[in-house]
Design a protein around this ligand. Structure first.
Ligand SMILES: [Zn+2]
Ligand SMILES: [Zn+2]
Ligand SMILES: [Zn+2]
Length: 371
């Protein structure tokens, strides 16, 4: 009989390598057992405690560059594949989608007051901003108000907070109207997919929004907690501000701070209670998803993740020299619990080396031209 202990434990280096340089992996404790459904024999057993790091590490999967560059790149690449498959087929989407009519539309939010920008003349040459400067493309002033005192901050926050609902309404009407749109032969499928995928990770970070919620969790941003007899007490965690981190101390641009402050002020008004502006202040009021797609457009992100997981599992199985078990005659029973996040100091050194190597590989791929 096969020993129940013949697990596919990887070396610490292999385990970290498999995470692809993830910044803050999730540590899991638990075990899984593979059983032959006909005989009840334990074919394989895996215990996370046997791992050299003492737990099973899985990538965090965060979509934000500022939280995890490695995982956000995987998300952007998946988004690219999803959009490309919807335009040209592949990944179980038939090639005939190429013949479907398509529209590439850019929508612009309403203005809430003049902002610093990089205007161009009819010939495409750069003109000075209204402030008189020729802004560099990376200038932090770009997109921020020329005069913060007259800028419509409540309007901007409320637009963000309603963007999800506006978008849902827009897509309903768009489907009714779309038949009359023309085609733009200049845009290639690759260019469209690359353009959208680029914003899959850039949009939230480059707006200056923060990657963590700002409200105080013990009091849910109210600044007050209720004692046993319903007596309101000042929250001891935040000192009554409702903020987990004091707004004046946030390392953000002045414009972003004012957007956050406006979220806080509007969040106190009962008519805006359902917008949960405290909870979404770090997103400047926006609480929607980055992307929406109809069910039949293309492959799903979930299907791409499942394919990747299956491929990695197969690689690990082959690497460990374990037999290929028939899923129709075996049963996998697992018990898993969250143990923590991040690396131990030793593992962090290994992870840094993996990140460095991945970055070099990425630069090399980028320099050798489009794939
Ligand atoms: Zn990660
Ligand atoms: Zn300017
Ligand atoms: Zn509090």
């Amino acid at each position: 009989m096969r020993s129940p202990r013949d697990s596919a434990t990887l070396s610490a280096h292999q385990q970290i390598d498999r995470l692809g340089g993830c910044t803050e992996p999730v540590r899991l404790l638990g075990q899984s057992t593979t059983i032959d459904t006909a005989t009840g024999e334990v074919l394989r057993s895996y215990t996370a405690a046997d791992e050299p790091t003492g737990s099973l590490l899985t990538a965090c999967g965060n979509r934000r560059v500022s939280r995890c560059p490695a995982c956000s790149r995987v998300y952007a690449a998946d988004t690219f594949q999803l959009i490309r498959a919807g335009l040209t087929g592949g990944k179980n989407v038939p090639d005939t989608v190429r013949t479907h009519p398509r529209v590439f539309t850019t929508l612009t939010a309403p203005s809430f007051g003049p902002i610093h920008n990089r205007p161009t003349d009819a010939g495409g040459a750069l003109r000075p901003c209204r402030c008189g400067k020729l802004h560099e493309p990376a200038d932090a002033l770009l997109g921020t108000p020329l005069d913060p005192k007259t800028y419509d901050y409540p309007g901007a926050v409320l637009f963000n907070a309603h963007a999800g609902a506006l978008w849902a309404r827009f897509t309903i009407y768009l489907r009714r109207e779309i038949a009359a749109f023309g085609t733009d032969a200049e845009l290639t499928d690759h260019a469209v997919a690359a353009y959208v995928a680029k914003y899959a990770t850039k949009s939230a970070d480059s707006s200056g929004a923060l990657d963590r919620a700002l409200f105080c969790r013990p009091c849910q941003g109210r600044g007050m907690t209720l004692a046993a007899h319903g007596t309101p007490l000042t929250c001891t965690a935040c000192g009554g501000t409702g903020q987990a981190r004091p707004l004046p101390r946030l390392a953000v641009e002045r414009h972003v701070r004012q957007m956050i402050r406006t979220c806080w002020e509007l969040g106190k008004r009962p008519e805006f209670a359902d917008l949960k502006l405290w909870k979404w202040a770090h997103m400047l009021g926006f609480r929607g998803h980055f992307s929406t797609k109809s069910r039949c457009y293309s492959v799903t992100l979930g299907a791409l993740r499942d394919d990747r997981r299956a491929w990695r599992t197969e690689q690990a199985r082959a690497h460990a020299g374990l037999p290929d078990l028939d899923p129709s005659t075996t049963l996998v029973i697992g018990h898993w619990a969250y143990h923590g996040s991040g690396y131990s100091p030793g593992a962090e050194l290994l992870a840094a080396a993996v990140r460095h190597r991945k970055e070099l590989e990425r630069q090399f791929t980028a320099e050798s031209g489009p794939s």
